[in-house]
Design a protein. Sequence first.
Length: 131
Amino acid sequence: MTSISSSIRRVSLALTVSATLVLGACAMMAPPPPAMTAGGMLTDAAGMTLYTFDRDAAGRSACNGPCAKNWPPLMAPADAKARGDYSVVTRDDGTRQWAYKGQPLYTWVKDMKAGDTTGDGVNGVWHTARP
Protein backbone atom coordinates (compact mmCIF):
# COMPACT_ATOMS: atom_id res chain seq x y z
CA MET A 1 0.00 0.00 0.00
CA THR A 2 2.88 2.35 0.65
CA SER A 3 3.94 2.27 -2.99
CA ILE A 4 0.34 3.06 -4.10
CA SER A 5 0.13 6.00 -1.67
CA SER A 6 3.52 7.20 -2.83
CA SER A 7 2.44 6.96 -6.49
CA ILE A 8 -0.78 8.85 -5.77
CA ARG A 9 1.18 11.60 -4.01
CA ARG A 10 3.58 11.91 -6.95
CA VAL A 11 0.74 12.11 -9.47
CA SER A 12 -1.08 14.63 -7.29
CA LEU A 13 2.06 16.75 -6.98
CA ALA A 14 2.67 16.58 -10.73
CA LEU A 15 -0.91 17.67 -11.45
CA THR A 16 -0.66 20.54 -8.98
CA VAL A 17 2.60 21.76 -10.50
CA SER A 18 1.20 21.44 -14.04
CA ALA A 19 -1.97 23.34 -13.14
CA THR A 20 0.06 26.09 -11.49
CA LEU A 21 2.26 26.48 -14.55
CA VAL A 22 -0.69 26.57 -16.95
CA LEU A 23 -2.62 29.10 -14.87
CA GLY A 24 0.48 31.25 -14.46
CA ALA A 25 1.11 31.24 -18.20
CA CYS A 26 -2.51 32.20 -18.90
CA ALA A 27 -2.32 35.09 -16.47
CA MET A 28 0.80 36.40 -18.20
CA MET A 29 -0.70 36.23 -21.72
CA ALA A 30 -1.66 39.76 -22.72
CA PRO A 31 -4.42 40.26 -25.25
CA PRO A 32 -3.18 41.22 -28.71
CA PRO A 33 -2.94 44.95 -29.41
CA PRO A 34 -6.01 46.45 -31.10
CA ALA A 35 -3.85 47.64 -34.01
CA MET A 36 -0.55 46.76 -35.63
CA THR A 37 2.07 48.77 -37.47
CA ALA A 38 2.75 48.04 -41.13
CA GLY A 39 4.53 50.31 -43.57
CA GLY A 40 4.68 53.12 -41.02
CA MET A 41 0.93 53.19 -40.43
CA LEU A 42 -1.54 51.57 -38.07
CA THR A 43 -3.63 48.69 -39.38
CA ASP A 44 -6.36 46.46 -38.00
CA ALA A 45 -5.91 42.68 -37.56
CA ALA A 46 -6.73 42.14 -41.26
CA GLY A 47 -4.03 44.61 -42.35
CA MET A 48 -6.53 47.30 -43.34
CA THR A 49 -5.32 50.87 -42.89
CA LEU A 50 -6.63 52.79 -39.90
CA TYR A 51 -7.55 56.47 -40.05
CA THR A 52 -8.19 59.42 -37.73
CA PHE A 53 -10.79 62.15 -38.19
CA ASP A 54 -9.95 65.83 -37.56
CA ARG A 55 -13.46 66.55 -36.24
CA ASP A 56 -13.08 64.06 -33.38
CA ALA A 57 -12.30 65.52 -29.98
CA ALA A 58 -9.73 63.58 -27.99
CA GLY A 59 -11.56 60.63 -26.49
CA ARG A 60 -14.81 61.25 -28.40
CA SER A 61 -15.97 60.17 -31.85
CA ALA A 62 -17.76 62.70 -34.06
CA CYS A 63 -18.32 60.11 -36.83
CA ASN A 64 -21.73 58.52 -36.28
CA GLY A 65 -24.68 57.40 -38.42
CA PRO A 66 -23.95 57.65 -42.17
CA CYS A 67 -20.38 58.73 -41.45
CA ALA A 68 -19.73 55.49 -39.54
CA LYS A 69 -21.10 53.46 -42.47
CA ASN A 70 -18.35 54.88 -44.70
CA TRP A 71 -15.75 55.00 -41.93
CA PRO A 72 -16.39 51.90 -39.78
CA PRO A 73 -15.01 52.37 -36.26
CA LEU A 74 -12.35 49.99 -34.98
CA MET A 75 -14.70 48.38 -32.46
CA ALA A 76 -13.55 47.33 -29.01
CA PRO A 77 -15.17 44.49 -27.06
CA ALA A 78 -17.22 45.36 -23.98
CA ASP A 79 -14.43 44.17 -21.67
CA ALA A 80 -11.61 46.02 -23.49
CA LYS A 81 -9.24 47.98 -21.28
CA ALA A 82 -6.86 50.81 -22.11
CA ARG A 83 -3.22 49.75 -22.51
CA GLY A 84 -0.21 51.74 -23.58
CA ASP A 85 -1.16 54.32 -26.22
CA TYR A 86 -4.53 52.61 -26.81
CA SER A 87 -7.69 53.71 -25.03
CA VAL A 88 -11.37 52.94 -25.43
CA VAL A 89 -14.01 55.57 -26.18
CA THR A 90 -17.74 55.12 -25.84
CA ARG A 91 -19.62 56.06 -28.98
CA ASP A 92 -22.95 57.91 -29.11
CA ASP A 93 -24.78 54.59 -29.57
CA GLY A 94 -23.09 53.10 -26.48
CA THR A 95 -20.71 50.81 -28.38
CA ARG A 96 -17.00 51.01 -27.74
CA GLN A 97 -14.21 51.98 -30.11
CA TRP A 98 -10.42 51.82 -29.93
CA ALA A 99 -8.47 55.08 -29.95
CA TYR A 100 -4.75 55.70 -30.38
CA LYS A 101 -3.31 58.49 -28.25
CA GLY A 102 -6.89 59.63 -27.66
CA GLN A 103 -7.84 59.70 -31.36
CA PRO A 104 -10.62 57.25 -32.34
CA LEU A 105 -9.62 54.83 -35.11
CA TYR A 106 -11.57 53.94 -38.27
CA THR A 107 -11.26 51.93 -41.46
CA TRP A 108 -12.51 53.20 -44.86
CA VAL A 109 -15.04 51.29 -46.96
CA LYS A 110 -13.26 52.13 -50.21
CA ASP A 111 -10.02 50.44 -49.15
CA MET A 112 -10.34 47.08 -50.87
CA LYS A 113 -7.25 45.25 -49.69
CA ALA A 114 -4.64 45.37 -46.96
CA GLY A 115 -2.28 48.28 -47.47
CA ASP A 116 -4.73 50.47 -49.43
CA THR A 117 -4.69 54.09 -48.24
CA THR A 118 -7.41 55.63 -50.40
CA GLY A 119 -8.94 57.34 -47.36
CA ASP A 120 -5.87 59.45 -46.61
CA GLY A 121 -6.76 63.12 -47.17
CA VAL A 122 -10.47 62.60 -47.92
CA ASN A 123 -12.19 65.99 -47.57
CA GLY A 124 -9.01 67.24 -45.92
CA VAL A 125 -10.12 65.78 -42.57
CA TRP A 126 -9.25 62.04 -42.74
CA HIS A 127 -5.66 60.93 -42.21
CA THR A 128 -3.76 57.68 -42.08
CA ALA A 129 -3.12 56.82 -38.44
CA ARG A 130 0.60 56.63 -37.70
CA PRO A 131 2.44 55.44 -34.62
